[in-house]
Design a protein around this ligand. Structure first.
Ligand code: PLP
Length: 391
């Protein structure tokens, strides 16, 4: 298989597996246990917290382990906004129309709970505009949630600029707006120093950086108002109840430590392959164009619109040839639902429904890219709808 869907998930790194194995086989204590087996598990969680904090430039007490990106994002958005409203700070949040559904649906839940939400649009490259963000700020704004990099088209968002703007707003008006970023797609490609970024909360999902599925991280800056999403025991410094997934936590820390090393080399190598793929596609396939920003983007993410195709047909055709990619649209009950991200970017619907995401990984080789470039033109031609029957 040529696997080009690393934005969906990545293979577990062997060293992450090694870090997990003791806790799947033998060392089974509950970290809350006061006896030796419990202490051993707690020591592993503490060590993992220290490693993750180090990778993010955070303090260990600012790192919470969760069940994945979705939980981290929900906890941040609902937990911070809820605590701020309870403190009487306001009931307005700002987010973007291009967030992952974990962020969008958490914001929609806040609307159901009586919050007002501003969903910022983006430019044709998939980037939100800082000036528009500034115009959306109101005296009652308590939280902004802006993703670090988009999972469908790879565009990197101006999170540090927004953090600086918010800091200025706090200084000139004495009004504090907290900032969360969904950085699920970033590890391995960008340095995630929470102080350089200036964020109050940051979400990660381990299986996107060769850690285990069902594990994630929420960075929550010290003294950030927060209402826990999950209630129960006092784990995770009273902020996330539930017996810790010790193996998942150990694997998360090992994988993040690996992803945080050699970032420039990895990014440069994979970006060159991405560009080879993009240029090869545009040269050899008529009516094909890259979607999204080509400069300020994830080095591994390439989204291409093929005119006159239905993306799912091409995904299936490539699958039959052993190539795994992802479609940018979902077809249910014969109704096309084009990607909300491509729609927000203003991509015409005909192109949005024919868009494919190729997401490369650390292990992607030039030979794999060459193989895809030799197979793709024939498959696109085969699934192209006759003129006049296109969507
Ligand atoms: N945010 C982004 C940008 C993502 O790409 C994903 C997963 O695709 C998530 C959040 C949700 O992560 P998970 O499914 O691991 O909870």
């Amino acid at each position: 298989m040529i696997y080009l869907d690393h934005a969906a998930t990545t293979p577990l790194h062997p060293r992450a597996l090694d870090a997990m194995l003791p806790f799947l086989n033998g060392t089974f204590g509950n970290p809350s246990g006061l006896y030796a087996a419990g202490r051993e598990a707690q020591a592993a969680v503490d060590e993992a917290r220290r490693i993750v904090a180090d990778c993010l430039g955070a303090r260990p007490a600012e790192v919470l382990f969760t069940s994945g990106g979705t939980e981290s994002i929900n906890a941040a958005v609902l937990g911070i906004a809820g605590a701020m409203r309870r403190a009487g700070a306001g009931n307005h949040i700002i987010t973007t129309a291009i967030e992952h559904h974990a962020g969008l649906h958490a914001a929609q839940l806040l609307e159901e709970l009586g919050f007002e939400v501003t969903y910022l649009g983006c430019d044709p490259h998939g980037r939100i505009r800082v000036a528009e963000f500034e115009r959306a700020l109101r005296p009652e704004t308590v939280l902004a949630s802006v993703m670090f990099a988009n999972n469908e088209v790879g565009t990197v968002q101006p999170v540090a600029d927004i953090a600086a703007l918010i800091r200025g707003y706090a200084q000139t008006r004495g009004h504090r707006v907290l900032l969360h970023t969904d950085a699920v797609q970033a590890p391995g490609w960008f340095n995630l120093d929470v102080n350089a970024l200036g964020v109050d909360a940051l979400s990660l999902s381990s299986h996107k950086f060769s850690g285990p599925k069902g594990s994630g991280v929420l960075f929550l800056r010290r003294a950030t108002p927060f209402q826990p999403l999950l209630r129960g025991g006092g784990q995770e410094m009273q902020k996330r109840a539930g017996t810790e997934n010790v193996a998942g936590i150990a694997g998360t820390a090992a994988a993040l430590a690996i992803a945080t090393t050699d970032i420039p080399e990895r990014s440069q190598r994979v970006r060159a392959l991405r560009e080879q793929l993009r240029d090869g596609i545009i040269e050899t396939i008529p009516d094909a164009d890259a979607n999204g920003c080509q400069e300020n983007c994830l080095p591994n993410n390439l989204n291409v619109a093929f005119g006159g195709i239905e993306s799912e047909a091409l995904v299936e055709a490539l699958d039959a040839k052993g190539i795994a990619v992802s479609s940018g649209s979902a077809c249910s009950n014969s109704t096309w639902e084009p990607s909300h991200v491509l729609m927000a970017m203003g991509v015409p619907i005909r192109r949005a429904v024919g868009s494919i995401r190729f997401s490369l990984g650390e292990s992607t080789t030039p030979q794999e890219i060459a193989a895809v470039l030799s197979i793709l033109p024939g498959e696109v031609a085969r699934v192209r709808l006759p003129v006049g029957r296109g969507v």
